[in-house]
Every structure is written in C-alpha cells, then in structure tokens.
Design a protein around this ligand. Structure first.
Ligand SMILES: Cc1ncc(COP(=O)(O)O)c(C=O)c1O
Length: 389
C-alpha cells in the first residue's frame, strides 16, 4: 500500500506555499504551475548538457505562460502540429528555433511550416519523406530510429514512431537524392525513462548510421536529436538530471569523441511535470458491499480531465491530503459515467480513514500532459483549468 507522502520530498516549503496560497482561492479541479520551478529545470538542463540545444516539447504543456517563459530563456521548440506552430510563433519565436518533430503529418501542413520559414523536419517513412521533398524543398531532415526501452519507460513511445536502422539509412540517402539535406538522426527512448543505459544503445545505433553513411554514400550527418524521456519525480523517484546528463554525455563522448555532432534535446515532462500540482476534491466515498475492505474514493478529476497518464496505472502521481489519520487502502476514480474512468485500482493508495467528502486531494507532479490531454466536454465537464504562479 502506498504510504503517506512527504510534501518536502517534492517541493521546498516556499514553493509549496506559493502554490497552496493560490490554490486556496480557487474552485477545484485545476492545476497550478510554478513558473520558477520550470525556469530552474531549464537552467539545470542547460548546465547538465552545455553541448545541447534545447527544443521544448510543447505538447507537454502548451500554456502561453510557459511558452513565453521558455522563449525568454532562449529555448527552441519541438512542434507537433500547425496549431502548436501558430501558438509558438505568436510569441515571436523565429522559424530557425522550431523543429517539426511529428513524423505523421499532412502534405499541406508541411507546406504551412515551410511557408512560415521552418526548415527542420523529422521523418521515418518514404511517403512522408517524399511529401517533405515536395512541400518543403531543400529542407533539413532527420530520420527517427526505433529504440529499445519500452520495458523501462513508464510511458513508452516506441513502435509507433521510428524505423529500423537499415531503413533509416535508405531514407537519408533518398533525402539527398530528392534534393533535401540529410541532416541527422533522432530517437526517443520512451517518456519517463528510468534506465539511463537505453540512451547508450540508441547513441550506438546513431553512430553506426553516421559511419556507414559516410563510408558508403559520402553523406556527413550533422545532428543527433535525443528527444525527451528524462524523468520527473512521481511515486517512484528517478535519478537526478545531473546523473542522466553525466552518463549520457559520457556515452556520446565514447562514441563520437572529437567529432561531436550538433545535439538536440526535446524535453517535455522533465521541464514541467514537477512544477505542477493538480487540486481535486472528494465527491463521494463508498464501498461495494457491507463487507468490502476497500473504499472507493471518487474525485472531481479523472482520466478524461487531465489524468489520462494513469491509463494502465502507468504514471503513479504522489497524492497528498491534509488529514493525517490512520491510512486504509482505497480505489481512486473520476467523476464521469465511464467505467474506464478509474485511476488506481491495482496499485492501492493509502488514504486516511477520516478523509471525507469535500476534502481536497493534491496530485503532485502534474505539470506535464494534464491540461493538454483534458477532454473538452466529456459528460459536460469543462477542460481542466490551469493557473500559473
Ligand atoms: C518527438 C517528441 N519529442 C519529445 C517529447 C517529449 O518527451 P518527454 O515528455 O518524455 O520529455 C515527445 C513526447 O511525446 C515526443 O513525441
């Protein structure tokens, strides 16, 4: 059973107070994001990876407040759609700071990016590459490769994106033949990746591609985009970003030595997750029979209003409540009329026996992939609100 969490493990007293003071004035459910924390995480990443250019993965949290903050700090942006593009460019971000990182895109959307001046595109298939050659002639393309790591990532991304090494090389040769610039390789080792060794294997694959293309086809690639995957702190704590940075830099140096290519990172979760607290309220507490051991705790936020990453109980958010009485296991579920709207049923959280209807639940590390995933009107509930301090 998950024991009571210590809020000090996640926030300094000052930061928690800043968030709580705002939260106390608002009606649930909502998420509060602490901008100073995002700023610190960005600085940590820059310090940890001085050789890398950071492209914030906007999908993690596309709030204007965060785009403005990261724009001011000189971040670049990894964009998934024309809508994210418009949003980011509205902040004055120039096209040279944008990458179209989605391998699944319409030809007319590629053209839209091209017309806005973007010249950096991801791909992993021949059909998409041909579309890029037509709609964005002469652009830089990088090919996403498949990576291992789905066993050790809490939110795996493999399978759907990327291609095998052989195909990646063929695509890069084809890119050249189609008048594009074969620019580099990308991978994403899976989000919330707990095994640092997975980066070693992926960098090794990239190295093989760099060498073979040079020897066999006279193509000199310039860049490796290592995607995201750096973890946030949930119930299971992760290694520090410094440890990740040191290890991954060592892997890069072992493979590339003095011939280090341009390195791109696309962090989402690791920049914003820990900066957020989602605040909900208990709607109902019930049992399914007179003799049932477990309580069901229904709250006013669920899978369809920001907590989709509890699907298969992948992401286990630390949950904090103010009451401190004796703990008892509980199933935690959302407010909608959909039986999929259960967040935790197998992994049982210990919540105080005296927890009552109306009490607040504080879902820690919810700054990433919550507001952006929230449904617009399921069961009539509005999208998750967000506030920024
Ligand atoms: C292409 C790409 N880059 C970066 C990210 C961000 O990954 P993370 O949130 O694990 O940092 C994602 C996440 O889906 C992605 O698809």
């Amino acid at each position: 059973m998950q024991q009571r969490i210590d809020i000090n493990d996640y926030f300094s007293p000052d930061t928690f107070k800043r968030i709580k003071d705002l939260a106390d004035t608002k009606e649930t459910p909502f998420v509060v994001i602490d901008k100073a924390t995002v700023s610190e995480h960005f600085d940590d990443l820059v310090r940890g990876f001085p050789i890398a250019k950071i492209y914030y993965a906007v999908k993690a949290n596309p709030a204007d407040e965060l785009i403005a903050l990261l724009n001011d700090k000189g971040s670049n942006f990894d964009i998934a759609s024309i809508y994210e593009l418009d949003k980011v460019m509205k902040h004055g971000v120039g096209p040279e700071r944008i990458s179209f990182g989605n391998t699944i895109k319409k030809s007319k959307d590629i053209r839209y990016f091209y017309d806005k001046g973007i010249r950096l595109f991801a791909t992993d298939s021949e059909a998409d590459l041909r579309n890029i050659a037509k709609a964005a002639p002469g652009s830089n393309v990088y090919v996403r490769i498949l990576t291992e790591g789905s066993q050790t990532a809490d939110w795996p991304l493999s399978r759907k994106f990327g291609c095998q090494t052989d195909m990646a090389m063929d695509l890069l040769v084809m890119a050249r033949d189609l008048g594009l610039t074969p620019y580099g390789i990308s991978f994403h080792v899976g989000s919330q990746q707990r095994d640092i060794g997975v980066w070693d294997a992926a960098i090794g694959k990239a190295k093989v591609i760099f060498e073979r293309l040079k020897e066999e086809d006279g193509i000199t690639l310039k860049m490796i985009n290592m995607g995201g995957g750096f973890p946030a702190n949930y119930v299971t704590k992760a290694n520090s970003l410094t440890t990740y940075a040191e290890e991954i830099t060592r892997f890069l140096e072992e493979d590339f030595g003095d011939e280090m290519p341009e390195i791109i990172l696309e962090p989402g979760r690791s920049l914003v997750a820990n900066a957020g607290i989602l605040v909900s309220e208990v709607v109902l507490i019930s049992k399914k029979s007179h003799t049932a051991m477990n309580r069901w705790i229904f709250t006013d936020v669920g899978k369809f209003s920001g907590l989709i990453e509890t699907m298969d109980e992948c992401i286990k958010y630390p949950i904090y409540v103010e009451k401190t009485g004796e703990l008892e296991e509980a199933v935690i579920a959302g407010p909608t009329c959909d039986s999929a709207d259960i967040m935790y049923e197998n992994y049982l959280y210990g919540l105080p026996l005296n927890l009552a209807i109306g009490d607040r639940m504080y879902w820690i590390s919810t700054g990433a992939y919550t507001t952006s995933y929230s449904a617009v009107e399921f069961n009539g509930f509005p999208p998750l609100k967000d506030y920024y301090v």
